[in-house]
Write a protein that binds this ligand. Structure first.
Ligand code: PLP
Length: 409
């Protein structure tokens, strides 16, 4: 008889965005005339950069000719893309990353979810709270999180709350953790860590023999000088950190699919009998077994963002979204809302008024303003009492949504 992986059954009913889509779908069905504006799911709205489109067209042309056709590519990505990443995202910032430390993937969700497979079932994970749900849910599938309590907390996960009281900077954990998930600029709060704050985490990991899984999917949105773009800007991070990056929000690749993971050669975990084992060859082994690489067309598309034109074009789109963020912050603050984030990230974290719950405010926004937001509690228990708004909309619909919030809420 085929037995179920019972860890799967411990997961809560639906993935957060599936649940939101279900509620929005039901609302639209009962209000067919309503024009619903989404400031909810973090998906981009602007088209691909012209240089990216051109590169994709020419890659398709190559695929159409027998002499230049490509079949399976290298699982860890074509050399041309790994070289462009190493040069532009790291060496240009004075960070040493070798091409064979880069693993190109189909986006950061897969690797942030899959990387836990390299670890033993008994490792203790720590997460800042609220957090992108994939880290905890994938560890739950791996049997590492214990039981989900009524308060939304897993019994075996260490939560590091990020609240107004600590300026959304998590405290170092008070009990031992083996793996720490950090995401900066943060989804959902839109807040960041300064270089000195991140240094504390790298030092903590080195001292306590922990690993940091650092998700910097929103790195391209950083505007402030003292906010690091990569954890490898911090001395000692090569020994303790794996970094996940994505072209999804950097270059509008949510539909194209491409990202990458950095696994430095120095980063290790131990076997039960204490033998240090490097993660880079282990991840390579895992990927070559379970992953067959990203399409050639997507990789040529990603390469194009590192050209001078491509770079200028994607910056223009990022500026477009950040202008939305600026307008949203200013308008909501004028309306008296407490608003966080939105300065170095495309997300705003908004305190719900008068003690309304996250889902209560979500419902009010949907029913009264026909605007979709994301309930903060869906990102972890410390997200209760907040909603997340995204700056990825069109200017016109963002302005319209703000006007409705002003008049209807
Ligand atoms: N990491 C964070 C923090 C995210 O918010 C997202 C997407 O919203 C991802 C990773 C996954 O992005 P993708 O799989 O599109 O690269």
């Amino acid at each position: 008889m085929a037995h179920i992986n019972e860890d799967m059954l411990k997961l809560p009913g639906g993935y957060l965005f599936t649940e939101i889509a279900r509620k929005v779908g039901a609302f639209k069905e009962s209000h067919p005339q309503a024009e619903v504006i989404s400031l909810g799911i973090g998906d981009v709205t602007q088209p691909l950069a012209p240089s990216v489109v051109k590169a994709m067209h020419s890659a398709v042309d190559e695929m159409s000719r027998g002499t230049t056709f490509r079949g399976y590519g290298p699982e860890r990505g074509y050399e041309f893309l790994r070289h462009a990443i190493a040069e532009n995202d790291f060496r240009a910032r004075g960070i040493k990353i070798d091409e064979d430390e880069i693993f190109v993937n189909d986006g950061a969700k897969s690797d942030t979810g899959n990387f836990q497979e390299l670890l033993g079932k008994d490792v203790k994970i720590g997460v800042s709270d609220p957090i992108y749900p994939v880290y905890v849910d994938s560890n739950a599938m791996g049997g590492r999180t214990g039981i989900l309590g009524a308060d939304g907390r897993w019994s075996d996960v260490v939560y590091m709350p990020c609240t107004e009281d600590n300026d959304f900077v998590p405290e170092l954990p008070s009990e031992h953790v083996d793996v720490i998930y950090l995401c900066y600029p943060n989804n959902p709060t839109g807040t960041t860590l300064t270089r000195s704050e991140l240094k504390r985490w790298v030092e903590y990991a080195a001292k306590h023999d922990a690993l940091i899984f650092y998700d910097s999917a929103y790195e391209a949105y950083i505007q402030s000088d003292d906010v690091p773009h990569s954890i490898y800007e911090i001395e000692g991070a090569r020994e303790v950190a794996v970094e996940f990056r994505s072209f999804s929000k950097t270059a509008g690749f949510t539909g194209v699919r491409c990202g990458y993971t950095i696994v430095p050669k120095e980063v290790t975990a131990t076997t039960k009998d204490g033998k240090r084992t490097p993660l880079n060859p282990l991840w390579s082994r895992r990927q070559s077994t379970k992953f067959n690489g990203v399409s050639y067309v997507s990789q040529r598309a990603a390469e194009a963002i590192y050209t001078a034109d491509g770079h200028a074009e994607i910056r223009k789109t990022i500026d477009y979204y950040m202008e939305n963020a600026r307008l949203m912050r200013a308008t909501l603050q004028n309306l008296g809302y407490k608003v966080y984030g939105g300065k170095d990230a495309p997300y705003l974290w908004v305190r719900t008024p008068d003690g309304t719950t996250s889902w209560g405010f979500f419902n009010a926004m949907l029913q009264r303003a026909h605007v979709v937001c994301t309930p903060g509690v869906g990102f972890g228990p410390a997200g209760e009492g907040y909603v997340r708004l995204t700056a990825f909309g069109q200017h016109e619909s963002t302005e319209k949504a703000l006007e409705r919030i002003k008049t209807k809420i």
